[in-house]
Design a protein around this ligand. Structure first.
Ligand code: PEP
Length: 256
């Protein structure tokens, strides 16, 4: 079995200006040593307007921190006012891009076909998509969460080859646990992360499934990360609120 390097990705959402972004990245890098930054891949996902700031900080001081965006256009270029292409992100040194976050699905009506097009566009530009799947409370109450996440996964990976899928990072983010303080139990996280890996194995082969990193996201904090990371199919976390505090995020990255 290949060793999957743990990934901690901080989703800043619509927070932090240029000065705050610079400060947070510097503090984060300063509070983690080289071994920690090598053992655990540490990534920040700022708003578009902070990407150049983060690029300058990371490049200038050769920081072992990766960065990416929270969304991208499914199109390569053209008359799409307000949108940002994968090529633009790649040019800024981004290596990751979040696709299909529940907030975009809800507030921007992103459907499965759009999510599929965005995953495809990200890969075409050499970006690693962090593909979010997850159920709302209604679906969880009906105990349909595994089927729901499998359906979102199938739709998002439609038309991709096994070679492409092995580059994708999947994030299981139960909507009822995002920003609510309600963390899924480690067992809840494992149930869906395990099912996601199983589903990838069925569709793209066991070898591919073993390589894909699967994250948990939803009210992750330094106090609950260890239990979640102890589960075999959880390879990291997507962290919202707690990633806005450098010391707290660094503490999460120091989970082992
Ligand atoms: C997220 O939105 O990706 C997330 C996990 O948020 P939070 O950690 O704040 O629940």
């Amino acid at each position: 079995t290949p060793v999957r390097r743990p990934l901690m990705a901080g989703n800043w959402k619509m927070n932090l200006n240029h000065f705050e972004a610079n400060l947070l990245v510097q503090k984060l890098a300063a509070s983690l040593n080289e071994k920690q930054l090598t053992d655990v891949e540490t990534v920040v996902l700022p708003p578009f307007t902070d990407l150049r700031t983060v690029q300058t900080a990371v490049d200038g001081d050769k920081l072992l921190i990766g960065y990416g965006a929270q969304d991208l256009s499914p199109y390569a270029s053209g008359a799409y006012t307000g949108d940002v292409s994968g090529a633009m992100l790649a040019k800024l040194g981004c290596t990751y891009v979040v696709v299909g976050h529940s907030e975009r699905r809800a507030y921007h009506h992103e459907d499965d076909a759009t999510v599929n097009a965005k995953v495809t566009a990200a890969l075409a530009h050499g970006l690693t998509p962090i593909l979010c799947v997850g159920e709302g409370l209604d679906v969880r109450d009906e105990q349909r969460h595994v089927a729901h996440c499998s359906e979102q996964l199938d739709a998002a990976l439609k038309g991709l080859s096994a070679e492409q899928v092995e580059k994708v990072v999947v994030a299981y983010e139960p909507v009822w646990a995002i920003g609510t303080g309600k963390t899924a139990t480690p067992e809840d996280a494992q149930e869906v992360c395990g099912a996601v890996r199983q589903r990838i194995a069925e569709s793209f082969g066991a070898e591919t499934a073993e390589k894909v990193r699967i994250l948990y996201g939803g009210s992750v904090k330094s106090s609950n990360i260890a239990g979640i990371m102890a589960k075999p199919d959880v390879d990291g976390a997507l962290i919202g609120g707690a990633s806005l505090d450098a010391e707290e995020f660094a503490q999460i990255c120091r989970f082992p």
